[in-house]
Design a protein around this ligand. Structure first.
Ligand SMILES: NC(=O)c1ccc[n+]([C@@H]2O[C@H](COP(=O)([O-])OP(=O)(O)OC[C@H]3O[C@@H](n4cnc5c(N)ncnc54)[C@H](O)[C@@H]3O)[C@@H](O)[C@H]2O)c1
Length: 378
């Protein structure tokens, strides 16, 4: 297939690697020539590393690398049968690019966006043939992360979702289908992992190290929420939270936290700036977690029931199938178990009791249990 990618940043380059490795011809266009040459050298070194590790033969590596061409003009994409846009996360800029690309490509070319937070409907609305527009959301780094969320817009033509699903599988990825709602699956269902952890910290229930320890040792997560937020960066993580919150018409369940906003405002963005919830400066003594297992269990339970509640509510609202919800959370963010299976294991009655207890204590809508769980208990 002849494919085109717009934007040669982290995501565009990663997606190019995926497509080229699946044997497709790829043309990448970027409006910034420096970004384009950076992408070319980073792709070259990625393929070389895969050869050194023995994952590719040198013939394969050369072949895949030569499948990728670089264009400093959008016209370079005019032969493409599938275009994936991965430029800056700005609706106005994306809409203009969709207008430009639609004027360039054939009438049956599929145009996809890799947006994380904008609605696919609003991007498709810029096109004269919006029925050919769809969301294909990769995770970072795209060559390593198996999950791909496929998001049909209200305008997307019937059948396209299934066609795209088959393509994504043929690229060696795991596709899930989700509704065009804020955060799609992963960025919606994962919110409580961060927000409930910060809430516990703000209330003084425990410090970051203890909450992280609870989630890694009792919860079995690879990284605790504070370590993970510092790793992602508070600029990125806070913005996603804020965008999901406002896109849900300010549903209190998705309310961002002031502690994280302050870190963001201060430029304490996490690892990349040397300071976030933790201080990474050399010689700084790291906080030791409180090893009280009862406390850690209480913390892990509370974050976990909030996560399970979110997954159950996504199922209740038909955001995705149960199977896709499980795949999304285990393959997109490496959760140790699918949240619905986890709910089953803990028991829905137990989960409902914990949620209702929080709800009665706080009188906050944030803690409302999903009707799906209530029905299950009934
Ligand atoms: N970084 C992530 O973790 C991640 C994960 C999933 C999805 N996304 C989404 O993917 C998209 C790209 O993210 P990224 O992290 O690769 O960004 P990035 O900043 O690394 O790269 C964006 C590239 O787009 C180019 N660009 C900007 N405007 C352009 C235009 N009008 N025409 C052509 N090129 C243009 C820039 O020069 C830059 O090279 C965003 O929509 C983002 O939300 C990002």
């Amino acid at each position: 297939m002849k494919t085109g990618i717009i934007g040669s940043g982290a995501m565009g380059s990663g997606i190019a690697q995926v497509l080229a490795s699946a044997g497709h011809e790829v043309v990448i266009f970027d409006s910034n020539p420096a970004a384009l040459s950076k992408s070319e050298s980073s792709l070259k070194s990625s393929f070389e590393k895969l050869t050194e590790k023995g994952k590719l033969t040198s013939e394969q590596s050369l072949q895949y690398f030569s499948n990728i061409k670089y264009a400093d003009n959008i016209e370079g994409l005019k032969e493409a049968e599938l275009v994936i846009e991965a430029i800056v996360e700005d609706l106005g800029v994306k809409q203009q690019v969709f207008k430009n690309i639609e004027a360039m490509v054939s009438a049956d070319c599929i145009i996809a966006t890799n947006t994380s937070s904008l609605s696919i409907a609003s991007i498709a609305a810029a096109c004269t043939k919006p029925e050919r527009v769809i969301g294909i959301h990769f995770f970072n780094p795209a060559p390593l992360m198996a999950l791909v969320e496929i998001i049909p817009a209200v305008q997307t033509r019937n059948g396209l979702t299934e066609e795209v699903k088959a393509w994504v599988s043929s690229w060696g990825k795991l596709p899930v289908i989700t509704k065009d709602t804020p955060g799609f699956i992963v960025n919606r269902v994962a919110r409580p992992f961060y927000s409930e952890a910060i809430r516990l910290y703000e209330e003084g229930v425990a410090d970051c190290a203890t909450i992280d320890a609870a989630m890694t040792t009792i919860g079995g997560f690879k990284m605790g929420p504070f370590t993970l937020m510092d790793f992602i960066g508070h600029d990125v993580n806070y913005r996603v939270t804020e965008s999901v919150f406002s896109s849900f018409f300010y549903d209190p369940r998705f309310k961002p936290s002031l502690s994280q906003k302050r870190l963001f405002e201060a430029g304490y963005l996490g690892r990349k700036t040397g300071r976030g919830f933790y201080n990474y400066a050399e010689g700084t003594e790291q906080i030791k977690p409180n090893e009280d297992k009862t406390l850690q269990q209480k913390i892990a339970n509370r974050i976990l029931v909030m996560l399970i509640n979110e997954a159950a509510d996504a199922l209740f609202l038909n955001i995705a199938s149960r199977e896709d919800l499980e795949t999304a959370m285990t393959k997109g963010v490496n959760y140790p178990k699918g949240l619905m299976a986890w709910g089953e294991e803990i028991g829905w009655k137990n989960i409902l009791n914990q949620l209702d207890e929080l709800y009665h204590y706080y009188h906050e809508d944030r803690y409302r249990a999903s009707p799906w769980i209530r029905n299950q208990v009934k």
